[in-house]
Design a protein around this ligand. Sequence first.
Ligand code: PGA
Length: 328
Amino acid sequence: MKHLTLRQLEVFAAIARHGSFTRAAEELFLTQPTASMQIKRLAETVGLPLFEQVGKRIHLTDAGRELYTVCREIFERLDQLEMTVADMKGLKKGHLRLAVVTTAKYFAPRLLGPFYQRYPGIEVALKVTNRERILERLADNSDDLCILGQPPEEIDAEYQPFLENPLVILAPADHPLAGARKITLARIAEEPFLMREPGSGTRMALERLFERHRLKIRVRMELGSNEAIKQAIVGGLGISVLSQHTLALDGTTGQLTILDVQGFPIQRHWYVAHPRGKQLSVVARTFLDYLFEVRQHFVAPSIPAVRDAPRRKSGAGGNRRRSHSARR
Ligand code: PGA
């Protein structure tokens, strides 16, 4: 194994990532025969084939998968070495791979602006996806740090809370329950709900709450995005539970209200996590320090409760005139 070269590993990793010799060769500015030759030599050194072709697609063999795991560790450690050396030279330089759950997109990109200004040598790749995918990435050690809305129970990870994440019930500003006090959950359960997709952390929190109270959610519609849900609420399709962070920079201001429901807001937190035992790069540690320094600037925005807004008379649904009386 000592005869394999970093160049061969680089070509191998690119093919494994793209599932294609052609695209890997393009990425590395190589001809395809050169890439194939590198892989042939690597497979000879390993003593087993690394790829197999099924139909038009290239797949890793078992030996290929083992090599790919080692390969990623080697490149990660080399990356970290580069960052440590830069740090020794007094520079903060390198890459940060950050993965955040869908709902954290309301503050995570804004967090990065001042971070870039302070550390112009750090490049950040931000992946935004739902909780289920983030947990897969965490288990797979795909990122330096992950941000998610609940400790990752299923995975052996280290995590710290850094910000509150209140979940609230949002309704159109002219909803009959707008402005009412201490609405019971049983009353809320009569309303049609707009739900996030399965795998969403927000959905999981809502389902758990209803289960605890032995109530059923009347699902009117399932939508894969917080923004689509807010628009659907304004459109009169139903109500929903969303993170209060989704109200940041809101184009729907004045058209939505937070209902005062018993047991709400559900008090959750944002957590920053990484696999247990992972050696964090200098850049990842720099980001963690920064996160804890600036977090208080990123608390969830609010909208005032509706008091005297004109209400609809009937239950949710149908087209209505919108009230503009609840402004920030
Ligand atoms: P989600 O996660 O965007 O997948 O709903 C948010 C959360 O876990 O609070």
